[in-house]
Design a protein. Structure first.
Length: 665
């Protein structure tokens, strides 16, 4: 504690101070007054003691000559001129004899009795009642602990490990039986102000350059201590003339690495209000940097708390986790879904870019709800896509072409259930590629259909189990979580400049979802990335704390441009929709076409989203999350007809962007 205080480690010093026994001098003053070094006590310490009202010691007479004469005069019949301090409080009639404190702070006497019986190889009769089911683990060692230079196993027949019901969490320190009970701590707790520590120093010797050439500085000793990845990486990099090493990670965003760096120095991450995509990217980055515990915890958070996001971004997630084999729980989570709904992967646009390990993992499953002939067709499709030089016309294939496909699919073919493919599919889908099959397998397949009673030499895998007779018809989900068909009909009428709204059951536009904040994230940059290139769009905003639904229509194409620019149109409008306590909708059309919309350049896209009329309504967040601040704005600028709300600032619960397409008849 003293050393920590000397080095101005205030938090550590304070915590150590609270651990020490507090104010024992008042309960047991002889600990100080009878100590051999009492006379060397600091004056401030003695004064601090004398000021107390609860010192358990009698006031004494022998030193009356050092007292003021007036103070020493004692006459109970005369009024006192000196200040009379109150008597010191007596905590007990007399100081108790020293009571033997409980020998442990964790186990009870009953626990000790039970452990003693185990040491003597007796059967324990102890039973615990009224205990919470939190288990403490421990072990008995009859041998001498030895602080040896090198690790060594010790032999004994009398040691044992055990678990006791107890109100204390188990601690970790020693090792019984290899891994039977291993007490170990990997904590690296710097509970300091991470932000100031990571940015306000000039003694760094490592630079990490991430996406957009953003640079972070750090200390090699800290990085090596925390991460096997950095330990290995830094050993292979030569320093510059200033003895600084540079690590370049262009695929990691500055936002992600900032969080990782704070974890390296602080040992914790706050996931409150963090978007699922950021958590997912954090997990991938933590895994890359070999932060196994962090990676595992983030994986658990995604499965337990962010399952809806995983499902709505299924193809992306599925492809990402199979880049390596470190996310077994997520693999199982995804494969369980694919088994029931295989088209989520097989019919996805990026199916052919699927990792081989992911495809093999699927083919191994016995519960894929798809006909085997279709599984074969998709497997062939994947294999061909891995060989872009193959002729598009199968009739032009030569022996080498078939051999290349066979080599590509060598890990997949053993898991195809050939003997459960229908006869038509064998002839139509398998026969054209029979040259990639073993000769014996093809002969057995033919024999199966000609004379099924004859023995077959090939291995016959069991048929895949059918969980349901057929996959249920997909239920059409509501197109929006914010607006209704009635709202969509009203917006459609405004687009067509109708004076009356279309019927909610028959309006001429289809609202195709491009982005939903609760699904895709609330970062302003997400808006610019996902809406780039889309024309004829409607932005829908649900305001926090009110029934308001605000928005705007942009007939132009959103453009993720480098520099900010105004966009001109006569057809844009902003609005407030009737909803709940909002009795009437408000439509406000553009009045200054040359200021209809403002597109922000890349330098401001981390903070600003869509902006109609340079402030008639815009989405903004200084912390890159629209839901975390009350900074979005709607006011009268003169560029649109009227205001659409009474106050200016607002916060967002959710928002959606739709591409408005004319329905085909």
């Amino acid at each position: 504690m003293l050393a920590a205080n000397k080095f101005e480690l205030e938090e550590l010093s304070k915590k150590l101070e609270t651990i020490l026994i507090k104010e024992k001098a008042c309960l047991y003053p002889n600990l100080i007054f009878d100590a051999g070094d009492f006379i060397s006590l600091q004056e401030s310490a003695l004064v601090s003691l004398l000021k107390r009202d609860d010192i358990q010691m009698e006031e004494v007479e022998p030193y009356k000559k050092i007292l003021d004469k007036q103070l020493w005069k004692v006459s109970p019949d005369q009024p006192m001129k000196s200040i009379i301090l109150p008597a010191r409080s007596v905590l007990t009639p007399e100081l108790p004899t020293k009571i033997k404190e409980p020998f442990p702070t964790i186990i009870s006497g009953e626990h000790a009795t039970e452990i003693s019986s185990w040491i003597d190889h007796k059967i324990s009769t102890y039973s615990s009642t009224n205990c919470r089911l939190i288990y403490g683990h421990a072990g008995f060692n009859p041998l001498m602990w030895d602080n040896t230079t090198s690790g060594v196993y010790k032999e004994t027949k009398d040691n044992f490990i055990f678990s006791l019901r107890n109100d204390y969490q188990n601690k970790r320190d020693s090792n019984f039986g290899g891994s039977a009970l291993h007490m170990h701590s990997t904590a690296f707790n710097f509970t300091m102000d991470n932000k100031s520590f990571c940015s306000n120093y000039d003694d760094y010797n490592v630079i990490i350059e991430v996406e957009d050439k953003k640079k972070f500085t750090a200390h090699s000793n800290v990085l090596k201590c925390r991460s096997p990845y950095f330990r290995k990486e830094l050993d292979t990099i030569n320093p510059n003339e200033n003895n600084v090493k540079t690590i370049i990670k262009p695929k990691i965003s500055a936002q992600i690495f900032d969080i990782i760096l704070k974890y390296i120095y602080g040992g914790f991450i706050n996931l409150e209000n963090v978007e699922p995509r950021i958590i997912f990217d954090l997990m991938l980055t933590a895994n890359e940097f070999k932060f196994e515990e962090l990676s595992k915890k983030l994986e658990t958070v995604l499965i337990e708390d962010k399952a809806s996001w995983l499902k709505s971004h299924f193809s992306f997630v599925y492809h990402s986790i199979f880049l390596n084999n470190d996310f077994k729980d997520l693999e199982n989570f995804c494969n369980d879904i694919v088994a029931k709904y295989p088209n989520l992967i097989f019919d996805s646009d990026d199916f052919t870019s699927l990792q081989e390990s992911a495809l093999v993992s699927l083919l191994k499953r016995d519960d894929i709800q798809m006909e085997e002939g279709k599984i074969w067709k998709y497997t062939i499709k994947w294999g061909i896509s891995q060989n872009p030089t193959l002729p598009t016309n199968l009739e032009e294939w030569n022996k080498e072409n078939f051999l290349n496909l066979k080599i590509t699919l060598q890990q997949c073919l053993p898991y195809i259930r050939f003997f459960h493919i229908s006869g038509d599919d064998i002839l139509d889908k398998v026969k054209p590629y029979k040259k990639i099959l073993d000769k014996q397998l093809w002969e057995d397949l033919m024999q199966q259909f000609i004379s099924s009673d004859r023995p077959i030499k090939s291995v016959i895998l069991p048929a895949r189990s059918v969980l349901i007779p057929e996959l249920p018809i997909r239920v059409k989900e509501p197109f929006s979580t914010i607006i209704s068909d009635e709202h969509a009909a009203e917006i459609s009428s405004w687009i067509d400049r109708k004076t009356t709204a279309y019927p909610s059951t028959n309006y001429p536009y289809e609202f195709q979802l491009i982005l939903r904040g609760s699904k895709d994230g609330f970062s302003p940059l997400t808006f610019w990335n996902m809406c780039h290139g889309h024309t004829g769009t409607v932005v829908i905003i649900k305001v926090k704390g009110t029934d308001e639904i605000l928005g705007g229509y942009n007939p132009l194409m959103w453009d993720n441009i480098t520099s900010g620019v105004y966009k001109e149109t006569n057809d844009s409008f902003i609005f407030s929709l009737k909803n709940g306590n909002i009795q009437n909708s408000i439509l406000s059309r553009v009045t200054s076409p040359d200021r209809a919309l403002y597109y922000y350049g890349k330098s401001r896209q981390n903070s600003y989203g869509p902006n109609f009329g340079s402030g008639s309504i815009y989405m903004y967040s200084s912390v890159s999350n629209f839901t975390m601040t009350n900074e979005s704005y709607s006011g009268y600028t003169g560029y649109y007809e009227k205001k659409i709300r009474t106050t200016n600032r607002f916060s967002i619960v959710d928002y959606e962007v739709f591409k408005v397409n004319k329905k085909t008849t």
